[in-house]
Design a protein around this ligand. Structure first.
Ligand code: H13
Length: 258
């Protein structure tokens, strides 16, 4: 059985414990494996990605894609953050207790169900993008570690947010249901690894977290393309900058979550 780090306090080193199966286990497994297989491919020299924004180590790319006049632009971003681990970045992205502290694009976030220690279901209402109707989303959010071959490396971590349906979140007009497949994948690099006998003695300053973030969002109905693209161009870089700064600030004085 797959073993993952259990949901513990943000400061504790998690124990390993098996996660029981549930109604979405198979779908989650398939979607997670797809992300791990495709998202980490370095395809930025292939002309398919257009650079949308860059700020220091952060680069945000998009691919223009429309279907029946609806903007579906896939988005892919990479970032590199010092002093934090992939576990920390993913945990803060996944944990509903801190979401509204860093999210700037939501009116509300409601947890509907905890399917297991690593998978929650949410209904979120997104800030209205004038002049389009307001959008909400219903999605499962799954966190897991991905172990490396080399015992001297820290695990990779991934969070996937993937649209689903739920009895407690019927679509209520005039709200429009948007659909999404979003992943945050983190890999931790340890500088001067050979200077330290074990991982637990590595200081924060020697950590670098490599982040890959991909988002495929379908607004679920018509919305003016130019307005939507302007919002994406503004909000995704803002989110990446604000969220990673939030994790750095929060973890600075805490023990390292390996
Ligand atoms: O990823 C981000 N936030 C997640 C946690 O709140 C939720 C996100 C998600 C989006 C859409 C559906 C399901 C999950 O993963 C940060 C996103 C920041 C940029 C948002 C840009 C606007 C999205 C508008 C969606 C309605 C059209």
């Amino acid at each position: 059985e797959r073993r993952v780090a259990a949901f513990e306090s943000l400061t504790k080193i998690p124990e390993l414990k098996p996660v029981p199966r549930h109604r979405l286990s198979d779908e989650i497994e398939k979607i997670v494996q797809e992300h791990l297989k495709f998202d980490l491919v370095d395809d930025f020299n292939s002309n398919i990605w257009e650079l949308l924004a860059a700020d220091g180590e952060m680069k945000v790319y998009r691919r223009e894609l429309e279907e029946n006049g609806i903007v579906l632009d896939p988005l892919k971003a990479v970032h590199s953050v010092k002093g934090v681990t992939g576990h920390e970045v993913c945990k803060y992205f996944w944990d509903p207790a801190v979401r509204m502290e860093w999210e700037g694009t939501l009116d509300s976030s409601r947890m509907l169900e905890a399917l297991s220690d690593d998978t929650l279901i949410f209904n979120q209402v997104h800030k209205r993008v004038w002049p389009a109707a307001q959008r909400d989303t219903c999605f499962w959010s799954h966190i897991r570690s991905v172990s490396k071959e080399n015992k001297n490396d820290l695990d990779d971590w991934i969070v996937v947010n993937y649209s689903t349906t739920h009895d407690s979140a019927p679509i209520k007009e005039p709200m429009i249901r948007a659909w999404a497949n979003v992943a945050l994948i983190c890999s931790t690099i340890i500088l001067n690894r050979d200077k330290y006998a074990d991982l637990s003695s590595v200081p924060r300053e020697n950590l670098v977290c490599k982040i890959t973030y991909v988002a495929q969002v379908n607004p679920g109905g018509w919305a003016p393309a130019n307005v939507l693209r302007a919002v994406y161009k503004r909000e995704y870089p803002k989110f990446l900058k604000r969220f990673t700064q939030y994790v750095m600030d929060k973890t600075k004085k805490l023990p390292i979550l390996l």
